[in-house]
Design a protein. Structure first.
Length: 209
């Protein structure tokens, strides 16, 4: 991010951990302080990537092989980067993104066989961008899954992989946070919305200052 003026913040965590809720609150808070903020999400965040979103999030859990899925998520991310994220960063805005490449490192890299090396190679080849700051909302996978299931949407392909996947993802995200400790901030998501929001706000303000 050395050549850009803006700030790129991503949120990660298991399904139902509160990312969408907290990205919205953070965006509102930063806007109230006068920052220009773009709130976006993956998969999606641009017209083409939102079309790919429906392909990867709806339907049977075994609809795609792990490899095909990795290509689809990466294609969506490339479009999102070109059309939404990079222009906003270059214009000096704060980009808040609900999930990014760390989700691919976990969900495609770990969930079905060990594809992590391919995930990293494809990322280097086609994306090549890491966030400045990553907020990891950590919580009990059973609670996260119950919250996520409570939403009742058609986008349940990953939630339908069940609790084992959530357990694996939680452990994987905690490992990733240790590995990329410079940019990760770990937040305990098992508390009230306001308590979680306060911790996130503090971590982001520390980074901005
Ligand atoms: P994610 O985007 O990580 O899947 P959401 O923000 O969509 O998570 O939250 C999942 C569900 O849990 C939503 O119904 C939301 O209202 C609820 N929720 C979010 N944060 C909390 C919290 N701290 N305590 C209780 N419920 C929450
Ligand atoms: P999201 O809408 O953020 O789900 P949730 O709100 O339940 O956390 O993301 C949908 C699913 O997409 C989620 O289960 C994780 C998965 N996903 C991947 O498998 N790889 C990726 O690269 C991304 C961005 C998401």
């Amino acid at each position: 991010m050395t050549t850009n003026k803006g700030v790129f913040i991503t949120f990660e965590g298991i399904d139902g951990s509160g990312k969408s809720t907290q990205t919205r609150l953070l965006a509102d808070h930063l806007k109230s302080l006068g920052h220009e903020v773009i709130l976006t999400r993956e998969p999606g965040g641009s017209t083409g990537a939102e079309e790919i979103r429906a392909l990867v999030l709806e339907g049977d859990p075994d609809r795609w092989s792990a490899e095909t899925e990795l290509l689809l998520f990466t294609a969506a991310r490339r479009d999102h980067m070109e059309r939404t994220i990079l222009p906003a960063i270059k214009a000096g805005k704060i980009v808040i993104c609900d999930r990014f490449a760390d989700s691919t490192r976990m969900y495609q890299g770990l969930s079905r066989g060990d594809l992590r090396a391919k995930v990293d190679q494809l990322h280097d080849l086609m994306i090549g961008q890491e966030p400045d700051l990553t907020i990891l909302i950590d919580m009990d996978p059973a609670v996260g899954l119950a919250r996520a299931k409570g939403r009742q949407t058609a986008e349940e392909r990953f939630e339908d992989f069940g609790q084992d996947l959530q357990d694996k993802m939680r452990a994987g995200f905690l490992e990733l946070a240790k590995h990329y400790h410079d940019r990760f901030r770990l937040i305990d998501g098992g508390r009230s919305v306001d308590e979680v929001a306060q911790d996130i706000s503090k971590a982001v303000m520390d980074h901005l200052s």
